[in-house]
Design a protein around this ligand. Structure first.
Ligand SMILES: *Cc1c(COP(=O)(O)O)cnc(C)c1O
Length: 386
């Protein structure tokens, strides 16, 4: 067996890097021409394979990459990625040497974190680049910018202190929207708060080269939020909406990931038979069941038990009974000629929004779900490789 055959012998994810490049081209046109294009590749590039996606994005003209952790950034550097990398998550000061060594720009959301990074940088003669994170309403991390004038004055002084610390270079400032996909009043309020902070700090003598605010949905829906850089996440991977996918979109994005599973066995079972753990499904007629070698340990959400259908020979076949750790069963009674070795499509551009809806979640979570046991097979320049 070749490596490719081995990868495609059970359950695998096909990642179409040509589509990733096409999406990058499409999305570049949605962004204010002067703004930088940042591609978010955190969490293994939303499950798509971080290094491979980052390389393709670098070759396709992305200006920046973003990760959630410093070790993710270090892994990119070790694999030859030279673009600037922003670490979006707050990082323990113990990782400051890694930031400096690999040239990773760090988000900083409070004075004590800035101080700890500065202590390391100054004492070792290094420079750590930072982007000041402003909390305009997400209430996660960042310098807090709602509040009364006194709060703002205090926050601004804190930011000035952080920016002036030895060994730190304050290159950027950013915020993150809490409800860009639903609450336009609040999104506008958050943007206004960021712009107010920018003006306030300008008045105190602090200018930033890169001020940014919008992620995928924010970029598409709020051109005023583009500022100096757009942070593209889910849209890169081919979905214009976190819930409906591309249903209402004319952008023409290409979903990058397709998850497939090779049927292990096809079995005829009589009416009345119950399927899988807990006997939650009872066959109402004599049926033919396909066993798929994919379970919740592969990233198949167990909540989709009796609540989803996979594509086999282009027909949607319902999942019967509970999803197990390593297997699940699909009803192929109405699909002629299904046999062991045939391939089922478990998630693709059409199915992904259905899976998200039925699992009560967003597409982000479904694309991130294929586990380490699921090999990624890459299509690049029309060729397939592991
Ligand atoms: C994950 C993340 C993004 C990308 O979000 P999408 O909705 O996938 O575009 C952008 N900015 C920050 C701060 C993030 O954490």
């Amino acid at each position: 067996m070749t490596d490719l055959e081995l990868a495609m012998s059970r359950t695998w994810a096909e990642i179409n890097l040509d589509d990733l490049a096409r999406n990058t081209e499409i999305l570049r046109k949605t962004l204010t021409p002067s703004a930088k294009f940042l591609a978010v590749v955190k969490a293994n590039a939303y499950g798509h394979g971080m290094t491979q996606c980052a390389r393709k994005l670098q070759d396709s003209g992305a200006d920046w990459l973003a990760v959630a952790t410093v070790p993710e950034g270090a892994e990119l550097r070790e694999n030859g990625i030279t673009l600037p990398i922003l670490c979006l998550g707050q990082t323990q000061p113990g990782l400051a040497p890694l930031m400096a060594e690999f040239g990773i720009t760090q988000a900083v959301g409070d004075v004590s974190n800035a101080k700890a990074l500065s202590d390391y940088a100054a004492s070792s003669g290094k420079v750590i680049r930072i982007h000041i994170k402003i909390d305009t309403g997400m209430s996660r991390t960042g310098f807090y910018w709602p509040g009364d004038p006194e709060d703002k004055e205090r926050t601004a002084r804190g930011i000035m202190t952080a920016c002036g610390m030895p060994g730190l270079y304050a290159e950027g400032m950013f915020t993150h929207f809490a409800a860009a996909d639903g609450d336009s009043d609040f999104t506008r309020t958050q943007l206004a708060r960021l712009l107010e902070a920018r003006e306030y700090l300008r008045g105190m003598g602090q200018n930033f080269e890169l001020v940014h605010s919008a992620a995928s949905v924010g970029i598409l829906d709020y051109p005023a939020a583009h500022l100096d850089m757009g942070r593209f996440g889910l849209v890169l991977y081919g979905y214009a909406s976190t819930e409906t996918g591309n249903e209402d979109s004319t952008l023409g994005l290409h979903p990058v990931m397709t998850v497939k599973s090779r049927i292990t066995a096809v079995r005829s079972l009589p009416a009345g038979t119950t399927i899988s753990y807990g006997r939650t499904y009872r066959l109402t007629r004599d049926s033919i069941m396909a066993v798929l070698p994919m379970g919740y340990a592969d990233g198949m959400p167990r909540i989709l038990s009796n609540n989803y259908g996979v594509k086999i020979h282009d027909a949607v076949c319902p999942i019967r009974g509970r999803v197990c750790m390593d297997m699940m069963m699909a009803d192929v009674t109405d699909v002629p000629g299904v046999k062991a070795g045939d391939v089922a499509t478990v998630f693709d551009g059409e199915l992904m929004p259905i899976a998200a809806k039925n699992a009560g979640t967003i597409i982000h979570e479904i694309v991130c779900s294929p586990s380490a046991r699921v090999p990624r097979v890459y299509i690049d320049g029309g060729k397939m490789a592991v």
